[in-house]
Ligand binder design. Structure first.
Ligand SMILES: [Zn+2]
Length: 509
């Protein structure tokens, strides 16, 4: 009898297998990825499994009998990692101009979040922009935030506190965008016009974002060592209403591991009080932005600068002298656009026979962008491994900074392979599952049945970033197989002509 019962159990187990297996065998699958080690984006330990894909979705993860399987194409992934495509929570670029986005794809990025630093991607309505982007069909997925600065300008608030009417107009514009599919709002509080926004305005808008379950991503009021805590306080206040996120977390002029830990603890403190606060960072110790960043608030625009010169340049000259010195001197500003692209401020000034500050006075705040070597590597490295900190590029296809071509590959090459301060699964979590959860990208960022098939197949030892400050537009290497929405964007190292990305809409979930 015991034997009988055992065989009954065996039989029912067998029936269970038969029930699930023929379902696999009878279905026609598009792709069978076999023999690979899965790092699924959640941060959990890697495991061995096959993956079956049909249409744009992951249909099955587990053991598969290849003999009974009906499948269009197979990819052997033995000895390789299969991971989710990376998600860049702070990216720049114009899909209508550069829909190929090879810089991102080559470093494993299959989804980017645009509309950063207070600037919406669309000048007109977001609906229309989505339609246009859908028509050009970008090579990767595009999600967007509404730019606070853009709605502020549209509402006519200019460089002052908005009136109640203007504020209501801003709320309405924001609501319209969130309904159209934006994932939240970005602020650029170090730039015009974001720097004119006060606490009341930001909290009112955060309330609208929260009501739509979105996120407020912020280029903080200041990233300077002495002002970072106050800037985080300001963001945390908006955290009463919505999830908040620090874009490209850095401590300009700050130094050392201890300072990084202070900042990470400070953020953790808000989390302990119930604020949903996260951050992203790019793995380089130079920032990249307009040279207006070294000009004072009263001389950020062309008119203000001209006015300041007109009144006599002494006050502005002494401000710039002090600021450039504090930002590690004129050799630490490397122009990336304009007349002096590729030269440092020191070199350009030497060529013109001027002092560096006099050259800046002559150029004005709006004349060029530059890489600014203002960060401490040890401090930034500690931030990279911090809890709730994810990786971004803050880059674009055209920007002259290596981060737009190297960031995600550099994390694997430098933090995982060389420094060994992140495990591969932690690094991948920071580049896929964590940004997906933070931005509200459901159904992406982790490998799970029913999720969209944005996947990478690669050997982590072979991943490398090749972009440098001298040659910033060199594609990363090592991601030979890249799948976007169930279609191969790159197969065995060769990029496909067809583009498979789509516009992601928060409201269409
Ligand atoms: Zn920014």
């Amino acid at each position: 009898m015991v034997l009988c019962r055992t065989s009954l159990v065996v039989a029912s187990l067998f029936i269970g297998l038969i029930v699930s297996r023929p379902a696999l065998a009878q279905d026609m699958w598009d792709w069978h990825i076999y023999g690979g080690t899965i790092v699924d984006g959640t941060g959990q330990e890697p495991y061995q499994a096959d993956i079956l894909i049909r249409g744009n979705q992951i249909g099955y993860i587990g053991k598969v009998d290849p003999d009974t399987l009906r499948v269009q194409k197979r990819v052997e992934a033995s000895g390789k990692i299969v991971s989710p495509g990376f998600i860049d929570p702070h990216a720049h670029g114009n899909p209508l101009e550069t829909p190929e986005f090879r810089n991102f794809l080559a470093m494993g990025v299959t989804t980017i979040l645009l509309g950063q630093d207070g600037s919406s991607p669309a000048v007109g309505s977001l609906d229309e922009w989505f339609e246009k982007v859908g028509e050009v069909r970008p090579a990767l997925n595009i999600a967007v935030l509404t730019g606070h600065g853009s709605i502020r300008s549209k509402a006519g608030a200019g460089r002052k506190n908005p009136t109640e009417g203007e504020l209501q107009e801003m709320e309405q514009l924001l609501r319209t965008d969130l309904k159209a599919g934006a994932f939240g709002m970005s602020t650029g509080l170090e730039y015009v016009p974001g720097l004119y926004a006060g606490q009341d305005e930001l909290e009112r808008l955060a309330e609208v974002v929260g009501a739509h379950d979105g996120v407020v991503m912020s280029h903080l009021r200041s990233e300077d060592d002495a002002e970072i805590e106050v800037s985080l306080d300001e963001l945390a206040a908006q955290g009463k209403y919505a999830a908040v996120h620090v874009s490209h977390l850095k401590v300009v002029y700050g130094k050392g591991v201890e300072r990084a830990e202070e900042i990470l603890d400070y953020i953790e403190g808000f989390r302990k009080k119930g604020t949903r606060m996260s951050a992203d960072m790019y793995p380089y110790s130079a920032s990249y932005t307009g040279i207006g960043i070294v000009f004072p608030d009263w001389a950020k625009t062309r008119d203000e600068w001209k006015n300041a010169l007109h009144k006599g340049p002494e006050v502005l000259r002494s401000y710039l002298t002090d600021k450039v010195a504090r930002r590690n001197g004129p050799a630490s500003i490397l122009f990336g656009s304009g007349k002096y692209a590729g030269q440092t401020l020191k070199e350009a000034a030497g060529q013109e026979g001027l002092s560096p500050v006099d050259l800046l006075l002559e150029m004005g705040p709006q004349s060029a962008s530059a890489a600014h070597f203002v960060m401490d590597r040890e401090l930034q490295d500690r931030i990279a491994v911090g809890k709730g900190v994810m990786i971004s590029s803050d880059g674009s296809p055209t920007m002259r900074h290596p981060r737009g071509y190297g960031s995600f590959a550099k994390v694997i090459r430098y933090y995982v392979n060389e420094k060994e301060i992140l495990s591969l699964e932690e690094a991948i979590h920071k580049m896929s599952g964590l940004p997906a959860r933070t931005a509200g990208l459901t159904g992406r960022g982790t490998i799970a049945t029913g999720h969209k098939a944005d996947l990478l197949i690669f050997d982590p030892e072979k991943v490398s970033d090749r972009a440098t400050f001298e040659n910033p537009h060199q594609e990363a290497e090592g991601f030979g197989w890249i799948m976007v929405n169930g279609q191969m964007a790159r197969e065995g190292g060769t990029f496909m002509d067809k583009r498979w990305g789509r516009v992601l809409s928060r409201s269409a979930r």
